[in-house]
Structure formats: structure tokens, C-alpha cells
Design a protein around this ligand. Sequence first.
Ligand SMILES: Nc1ncnc2c1ncn2[C@@H]1O[C@H](COP(=O)(O)OP(=O)(O)OP(=O)(O)O)[C@@H](O)[C@H]1O
Ligand SMILES: [Mg+2]
Length: 614
Amino acid sequence: MKLKDTTALTSFKYIWLLKRIFPYINQVMGRVILGFIIAIPVGMLDGIMAFALTPYMDYVLAKKDFVWEGMTILNYTIPGFSISYSTLAIAVPFAVVGFAIFQGVMKYLNSYLSDWTSLKITNNVKKDLFASLVRLDTSFYDQNTSGIIINRYLGDPDVASRGIVHEIKTLVITIFGAGSLIAVMLYSSWKLAFVAVIVFVAAFVPMFLVRKKIKSVSNENMVIAGKITTTMNETYNGNKVVTAYNLQKRQKKIFGDNIDDSFDVSISLTKRVAWMSPIMFLIASCGIAFVLWYGTYLITSGEMTTGAFASFITALLLLYKPVKSLGDTLTGLQNIFVAMGRVFELFDYRPELLDPPNPKEFKKFSDAITIENVSFEYDRGVEVLKNINLRIPKGETLAIVGNSGGGKTTLVNLIPRFYDVTKGSIKFDGVDIRDFRMADLRNNISFVFQDNFLFTGTIKDNIMLANPNASEEELQQVLEYSHLSDVVASLPDGINTELGERGLTLSGGQRQRVAIARAMLKKTDIIILDEATSALDNESEAIVQSALDNLIQNKTVFVIAHRLSTIKNADRIAVINEGELVELGTHEQLISIEGGHYKHLYEMQFKNQEEAVR
Ligand SMILES: Nc1ncnc2c1ncn2[C@@H]1O[C@H](COP(=O)(O)OP(=O)(O)OP(=O)(O)O)[C@@H](O)[C@H]1O
Ligand SMILES: [Mg+2]
């Protein structure tokens, strides 16, 4: 499963996208609705302000008292009333300030609710997305770069969900705001309002023309952001290589190129999009010019009062704000929909390796592990393992040797189901491992990898994660068996010493022993060891070797061996060459095969080790 780099396809399926985000909005629905309710008066207050101008000009400035005759609706008589112009002269300004205060409070509540809901939604989406990410198969992690994963699993949800409530709300405020202003305009003069509305609609046409461009740019930018993060990660993780090979220039160039690409993409969007705003403004100005001319005509012909005209013009000018924000919102929504498209696509990635519907109980392993006619391909058509047959009885230590790239690591990776066999099967006591729940299977296997990953945290954390319920005695015992007691004693905070990222403050041999301690603490019957090829000095090697010996006592062990001492300790040796099991037997048996693979390997690789030890 390779994350497709550009996929704007789903971003036009608005209904589908809204359906997918809805459950997250629904979780905080109460506050969303409250926010919307508050948003409505916030939007409408602009209209009320504009409307206040009519009585002010037509009554206060014209020194006329306001008189309302009252009315009768269905036998109910609402009495009329009158307000003197001098009262109005004081009341209207006060009302304006009063409304402004009210609007201010509402705006504050609105911002609070808006941030609260959008952050909650974003976090919930991120949590679920992360949950789906950690479930994915090893092969998914093989195929996708860290940068793409970080950007798609962390960056996109931010864009997708943080904005959505905000934009929908802005849309609501804007529509109500524009609506109320248009109502004022209609009330003042429907003819003028008609002209103004047509002009504003015309001003929006360019918006719809650039939607596609915005989306494709948003996708391209995501891909570039992924590359930038990958470059960053590689510069960090590979800093030793960078320094040793003087690759600073190379890294700088790669990073610079990424950044320049991002610049080009963004600028190409600006080129396409930046003319919109002035064009919209120009169209709007033409509209205003026309309204001024037509309004003057309506006043002189007595069809409209000056107060109404003042309200109208104020409403029209105030309308510019919601209309502009409508433009921004629609642009913003395009980006959000693209990000949402990318996010919800990820939710649909399912791991390829699944638990069986009716898993068998993992009983204590008692007889043998059998590898039957196993073939394996990473990429279709390229067989990395070819028809392997092996039976490992309980308690045996099997050393696996062979040429580099021959498939040793691949073979042992199949046992805890990091990958599934392409053909054949692996059985524990006659039960196919695919019939167990994966968690049960993996709970019963300890793994010491070729390169051992340590988490940020203390040594204790790193060991205990194999078995969080282990007692203090068990922990101490494991430290001793893995020859870590002395190391731990020499550290400033002992076992609670913080390790740097990936445990880089420990030496290679020490890291390996932490990994061995971790495997020991897990207390499983089956152990898989991918021995590090790194040449340790004789003393460290002896220590690591002794730690390993402690680990594998009375266990069933697969050990990919690079050291003669390990091989000699094994019960049998399997030679894997170019994906095939070519020889199987004890050291003595295999060494006596003239022209055999093992004899060859022994002479090339291991004999010198023997001499060195002597
Ligand atoms: N994740 C992967 N995706 C595709 N091909 C892979 C992957 N991992 C390994 N391979 C290929 O599979 C083959 C076997 O690799 P494997 O790591 O099993 O070799 P190995 O015997 O462990 O070698 P070494 O002794 O050097 O560790 C190699 O040709 C390698 O290029
Ligand atoms: Mg390997």
C-alpha cells in the first residue's frame, strides 16, 4: 500500500466528505449548535447598525417625531406610540454602543466555542487516525517515507478539521450578515437592492473558475511538505553519514530544491488566484458607482428618502466585508475539502494481515515449529524465499547462516507474521500461525533485531515495556543476566537514566544488551535473534555472547548468526543461500561436506574469527 501522492479525486465528493466528518462534529454537537446560535446575531448586528441610520437621518436630522399608528392583527390591537426626535437623538447613539457591547460579548463567546469545538474535532480525528496507523502492516511502513506519513497523519487532520467548523460558521455568519444587510437594502429600496445583488453575484463568478487549481496546488504542496519532512528526518537520523561523507552540501541542495519547489507551486497559485480579489473589487466598485447614480435619481424623483439612501449605502459598504469573507471561506473550504479527502482516504487503508474470524487458542507450545513449503515475495514475481522446509523441535537452537541478502531476516520475520507467507505455511504444534490471533502469537515470541530500536525514555522504561508487570526482582535478575548491572551502576541516575532519542547515548553493545534484557523479561518460549553484524571487540563480544547464552537457555531459538561462537552453540545450522535452504545439520556434519556452502562460508568468514579468538 503506497500512499498515493496526489489524490484530489475524493475532494470533490462533498457529501461523502461531510458524511465522514459528521460523526466527529456530532461528538461536540451541543457546543457547535450553541456557537451557531451565537453566530447569527453576531452576523446580523451589522445590519442593525446600518438600519439605525434611517431613523437618525429621517427623524433626528429632519427634526420630526417618530409616530407609529399601531395596528390590529386578528382582533388584537397593538397600540401605537410616538418618540420625540430629541429622545431619538440620544437613544440611537446609545443603542449603537449598546449593540456594539452586546456584539463584542457574543463575538468573544463565539471565538471560544469555535476554538473549543474545532480543536476537539481535530484531536479526535488525529487520535483515530493514529489508531489506524499503528494497526497497519510492516509492509506499509516499508513502502512509505516518514515525511509523507507525518504530513498525512498529522498535518492534514489539522487543516481538515480545525477549519471545518470555523468555515461553516463563518459561512453562516456571513450569510446571515449579508442577508440582514440585503434586507436593509431591500427595505430601503428594492430597485437599488436588486441592482446591488446582481453585481455581487457577478463578482463571485471568478471564484468558481479557480477551484480546481486551488485543489491541485494543495495536493502538490502536501507532497512537497512530505519530502521536506523526510529530508529533515534523514538529515537527523543520518547525521553521522552526512558528516562522514561531507554531505552537507548535498543535504542543503535537496532541502533547498524542496523549498524552491514549494515556492514555485505556491506562487503559481498566487498568479492564478491573486487577480480575483481586484477583479471582484472592480466589479463591486462599478456596482457602487451605478448605485450612487441611480440612488440620486430615485431621491430626486421622490421615490426614496435621504435616510433610506444613507442606510442603503452603509449597508452596501458593510456588505463588502461579508462578501469578501465569503470569498475567503470558499477558497478556504477548497483546501479543507482536499485535506479531508486525504484524511478520510487514510481511514480506509486496512491492514492486509488480519486476525482469523475464529482464532484458535494459543496453547503453550510443546512440540515443534514447522516451516512447510514456504515461499515469499515482497514484490510480486520476485521470490525472496523459495520452498523452504524446516522442522524445529521445542528446545532446539537453530542457527541460520548464508549469504548477505539471502533471505535470513525475511525468513524469521515470517514467524511473528510481520509478513504473511506467499506460499506454504508455518505451524506451531501443527496449527497454522494464521489461525492464531496475531497478538497471541507475538506475545509468545521475543525478538532481538539486527538494529535495536530504543524509545525515548529511561533504560527501565525500555526494558519494562516487554512486560510492564514484571517485579523489581525480575528486573534486577534480567539486568544481571544481560550484563547490564555494571553499566547501569555507572550511570548518573542508574536504571532511571534518560536515554537520548533512539537510545543514542548508549554504545552499540550496550543497546544490544538492553534489547536482550527486554527480550528476557518477556519470558517467552520462542526467541528470534537477528544477530548484529557489527564487529564488537573481543571483550564486548564475549559479554554480549554470554548475555545471549543466558537469554536462550532452554528456549526454542532461531538465531541468525554472524559469529562463530553463536553457530557452535547451536544444535543445528541451516544454510540459506539466495532464498533456498541448501544445507541443514550440525557444524561437524556440514563442515565435512566437500565443496559445501557451509564449508565455504566457514573458510571465508568464520575461520579467521576462530584464529582471532585463539
Ligand atoms: N521490505 C522489503 N521490501 C522489499 N524487498 C526486501 C525488503 N527487505 C528485504 N528485501 C529483499 O529481500 C532479500 C532478502 O533480504 P534479507 O534482509 O532477508 O536478507 P538477509 O539474509 O537477512 O541478509 P543480511 O545477512 O545482509 O542481513 C534481499 O534481496 C532484499 O533486498
Ligand atoms: Mg538480515
